[in-house]
Write a new protein. Structure first.
Length: 347
């Protein structure tokens, strides 16, 4: 089975190819963004989604901007790219990887000496973000093997798979690595209302790989834990601050339930998802269109005028997290905060 790559950069055209994730699982469609505006729209509607994939898209978007701009001098080109980078930054506020990817490429071009040099540096930096995310996910998968017993029954929420990264995945990367290592695992995938990333994307990815998966609604997780049917929970993250882990709405509920049933609760995430100098209060949680809650897949389930609260993410206090599986090992917070800061400074 070919690896799933949700974001592909073709600098020679130039364009960004992406899997339109809103159409899955019914339709697998690869679309092309030839402008930063197209890319920003794809990110806003969750055509491209998942924290590391947003980092990859942000990086490629900045490089695309450098390639398509008609600017006649380096200062003009940098100004045009800065404005496109700001457009991308404004698409979604919570996943820190988006800003990481944008900054990686933008910082790489700041000291360029010519228009050609800007373009070469931008393309190299964007490719580097894609390739290093892919390596990182495989490293996270390897690290995570130590927490997956043979025969483990694993609960996951949302989609932290190949579709959410350059490939392989973070939480699903650990699951894929365990499957590859012949551990007889089975997965419960929570559907993840309102946009059903678990039902639509996680189950699709796992079935595609022949990994045992059962779909449940979000509200079924607690009783499964009570019945002893879950050995551990693994989810991804959008931003890890000093005192909390932000991930898809509903993650906190699973962490509380896991604690109540003494079930290990793991996060799998790359170093680029850490934002160790900030704390929970400082994070902007994206609030999305109320119709996402009043409907399911465009079918109305509540009155058209009922007031709605629709945060895309929640924060889980770090005391509910057993460990954070990264490419550098398994960390716990607040114990390893300084180590994480040091690692980030070295990057
Ligand atoms: O709104 P989404 O679909 O972008 O949210 C994605 C998640 O919350 C994922 O769990 C997170 O980004 C980790 S992806 C490796």
């Amino acid at each position: 089975m070919l690896p799933l790559r949700p974001v592909i950069f073709n600098p020679h055209i130039p364009e960004i190819e992406y899997i339109e994730q809103t159409l899955l699982p019914d339709t697998y469609e690869v679309r092309k963004a030839g402008t930063v505006q197209d890319l920003a729209e794809a990110i806003k509607r969750l055509g491209i989604r998942g924290a590391p994939a947003l980092g990859c898209a942000g990086a490629c978007g900045v490089a695309l901007s450098a390639l398509v701009s008609k600017a006649g001098s380096v200062p003009e080109l940098l100004a045009a790219v800065r404005s496109d980078a700001d457009l991308l930054r404004g698409t979604r506020p919570t996943a820190v990887n988006l800003f990481f990817g944008i900054d990686k490429v933008f910082n790489a071009i700041l000291s360029a000496s010519s228009i050609e040099d800007v373009r070469i540096r931008a393309v190299d930096a964007a490719r580097d973000v894609l390739e290093s995310d892919s390596r990182t996910c495989h490293a996270i998968g390897k690290t995570g093997l130590s927490v997956i017993p043979d025969g483990a029954k694993i609960l996951t929420h949302c989609n932290a798979g190949a579709l959410a990264c350059a490939e392989w995945g973070t939480a699903l990367g650990v699951i894929r690595s365990a499957h590859e290592a012949d551990k007889k695992i089975s997965v419960y995938a929570c559907e993840t209302r309102p946009l059903l990333q678990g039902a639509r994307l996680t189950t699709w990815e796992l079935l595609r790989d022949g990994i045992d998966v059962t779909l449940i609604t979000d509200s079924m997780a607690a009783v499964l834990m009570r019945k002893g049917k879950i050995d551990l929970v693994i989810v991804g993250a959008d931003r890890i601050v000093s005192d909390a882990v932000f991930n898809k709405i509903g993650t906190y509920m699973h962490a509380v339930c896991a604690k109540a049933h003494s079930i290990p609760f793991y996060i799998a995430a790359p170093l680029s998802t850490f934002d160790p100098d900030n704390c929970e209060e400082q994070v902007i949680v994206e609030e999305r269109n109320p119709d996402e809650v009043r409907t399911v897949r465009h079918c109305r389930t509540g009155p058209f005028n009922v007031p709605v609260w629709n945060p895309a993410f929640d924060g889980t206090p770090v005391n509910l997290v057993t460990g954070i599986i990264t490419e550098y090992g398994i960390f716990t917070l607040p114990r390893d905060l300084e180590t994480i800061k040091q690692l980030k400074m070295g990057k």
